[in-house]
Design a protein. Structure first.
Length: 255
């Protein structure tokens, strides 16, 4: 084994050691998502008009729409830039990190939408439901038993189903947000790093609850988001961005 390979293994071990808690939380979140979507009666459980929870699940699901995700991402990055400057007194390295983060998020979304979905061509449960009422055209929103907002979401969801873009994007952002918060907030507020996971979990569940995805769509989507996020954090050298002393030691080692 050459020196470069040994160095890469050492860096990988350090990465897993520094992010052990994030890895555990991610695995627990995806495991909980698997159990609930596979064994609990959540599929199509809240989409009807009289259902008091339909509007709640609709609100949760639209926070995972791409337009809302861009708003959430921008607001978070602005907030985190303030925290980073307050802690380290500089911005250059973190701005570059944010640009890479935003670019990787965009590329992941496009890859999922135009590559993976086109390969697997999964049909959405909501599309199957609508096909049962073939006498009603797509532009008709007069299905009396369906919440109007959710029906509009069904009609606007024209792409294929597998894997869930909402699950991919929300878990990708959740892990990266949690990583950043862990590095920037004080230990007294460490509980905040768990909030992105709760949000991603609820967004993924909501896609099954309102009938736009089945359980495997969101489970695989969550796994993709988790895997892609840790790949990004490792190869973007994120640990060094938030630990200047680590970056200095690595620079000395390379020289």
């Amino acid at each position: 084994m050459n020196e470069n390979s040994c160095h890469q293994i050492l860096l990988l071990k350090k990465f897993f050691r520094y992010n052990r808690d994030l890895i555990i939380i991610s695995l627990c979140s995806v495991t909980a998502l698997c159990f609930i979507t596979m064994f609990a009666p959540v599929s199509f459980s809240s989409f009807r008009e009289p259902d008091l929870f339909s509007d709640m699940w609709y609100f949760i699901t639209i926070t995972g729409n791409y337009a809302m995700l861009i708003v959430i991402l921008c607001l978070f990055l602005i907030f985190s830039c303030f925290l980073y400057f307050k802690k380290f007194g500089k911005m250059k390295g973190y701005i570059i990190f944010n640009l890479i983060f935003a670019t990787s998020f965009t590329l992941l979304g496009l890859s999922n939408e135009f590559v993976l979905k086109e390969i697997f061509k999964g049909i959405r449960p909501s599309q199957i439901y609508l096909q049962q009422f073939s006498e009603i055209h797509e532009t008709d929103t007069n299905l009396p038993d369906v919440n109007k907002s959710i029906l509009n979401e069904w009609l606007n969801a024209r792409s294929y189903s597998f894997p869930s873009g909402h699950a991919v994007a929300s878990f990708y952002l959740a892990i990266t947000f949690a990583f950043i918060l862990k590095k920037l907030i004080s230990s007294g507020f460490s509980f905040i790093m768990y909030l992105p996971f709760i949000w991603a979990f609820l967004v993924s569940i909501s896609r099954v609850v309102i009938g736009i995805h089945n359980n495997f769509d969101v489970i695989i989507g969550a796994f993709i988001g988790v895997f892609a996020s840790f790949i990004f954090l490792y190869y973007s050298n994120a640990t060094s961005v938030f630990n200047p002393s680590v970056a200095t030691l690595e620079a000395i080692h390379k020289s």
